[in-house]
Design a protein around this ligand. Sequence first.
Ligand code: NAD
Length: 501
Amino acid sequence: MATQTTTGTRVYDCPICIGGEWRASAGRRETLLNPATAEPVTTVPFCTPEEVRAAVDSAQGAFETWRQVPVVDRSHIFFRYRELMLKHSEEIAHLTTLEHGKTLQESRASLGRGIEAVEFATSVPTLLMGDTVGDISRGLDTVTIRQPIGVCVGIPPFNFPSMVPMWMFPLAIACGNSFVLKPSERVPRTAVRCVELLYEAGLPQGVCNVVHGTKEVVDVLLADPRVKAVSFVGSSPVARYIYETASRNGKRVQAMGGAKNHLVVMPGCDLGAAVKAIIGAAFGCTGQRCLATSVVVAVGDVADPLIEELKEAARQISVGSGQDPKTGMGPVVNAAAKERIERYIAEGEKEGARLVTDGRNARAHDDTHGYYIGPTIFDHVRPEMRIAREEIFGPVLSLIRANNLDEAVEVVNHSEFGNATSIFTGSGAEAREFAARATAGMVGVNVGVPAPSAFFPFAGWKGSFFGDLHALGRDAVQFYTETKVVTSRWPTPAREHKITF
Ligand code: NAD
């Protein structure tokens, strides 16, 4: 599906998928631009309510047969899917860079983390094992079994076009559920390709459906009684809305929200390693990551040398198109994001923070004219400033000075968010204390981006998460299944010796 624009650029018309068939939506369409060049590359539809309900019909119909497919056969599909994803990984990485803007290296790395979630899903026969006790009482045996729950919905954000959808649909489907995916309307192409490959791997028609749009489409899904579970990842206000609405409508919900992650630097740490990690964590993916470090808390006399080294390292980052291998940092996703981030930089100056590196008016090294902002660093930020409190979601780093670990922990824990936090230290005692006291869901020790692998749960605390069971790991297996306890007694002929397990 592609049309030709007047300038000759090929524009891909994103299809929807209902019942395993790809087709055009009857809804209105918007044109999406390549963030590195501002040229049109995709049109995305906004599905009609009838189309959304048809996707749920399809998922509901497919569920009844899919749930009966033996779990080992279900897992075989995901073994094949993993191979296909690896085979097409360059193509998918290029798609992600085209529509999102991140560098090819970043697109490849995040796809790799998505494929890791598929690997986790292949172990579903083991993950679904329950507990058994023979003779829990005389002649009675009890077992727990895990059963799929029905139609699950996934609503991912724009910033990881392949990885976050793959946190959701592979495990949900491997557990025996059917799925409706509504990719981010800003980056829909990568997700479409990922689902096309799932069908190529042998998924029966209708088990995974794709609709496009935003609030109106989500609202139809949240109101549909056939939808049993909603996995959401995005900003905190929307996460809260999804959590409240879906749970009011009787669904289980896991809603991952926004973040403001702090990284504490202690005197005596390996400063070189800390600088490298901070630069990667603050400016990787152009700061558009829920695990991005956006505040450094420098303790004691480490602040002055740290800010000098950060300034120098930031100066060396070349901004440009993500397709160019010489690019260190790609554009932000669109014009609105660039304007929002620049407003925050102006606000930081107004609030009295010292702007030591200003990324506004950044020029791309490859002369592309996209939505560029260079690395930006503020020193002498105070915790009450907006740039220290609010999620900017761009390449803007604030440095707060603290006198000791207690003060640093207070700054970290004061945040309304609690996604992730890290400490760089040479002291095991400091690391241990920090890990115990920090009010965040993911903690790093001498690690800039403490992203757990797919075998562990992933989510924050406080305003960064609404729900109980986190994404990935065993939490997600519980989320996508219902536990049943079966207690059995079978009449036993009278014998001389009683038989027990
Ligand atoms: P967003 O909240 O704008 O959108 C997320 C999804 O919700 C999209 O699919 C969108 O179509 C839909 N949506 C938007 N507004 C809606 C509404 N009013 N009602 C119902 N649905 C709506 O988020 P985004 O800008 O796409 O992504 C960036 C955000 O995601 C950041 O805040 C980032 O921190 C967060 N994020 C969090 C995690 C995590 O694990 N906690 C991971 C990645 C991204």
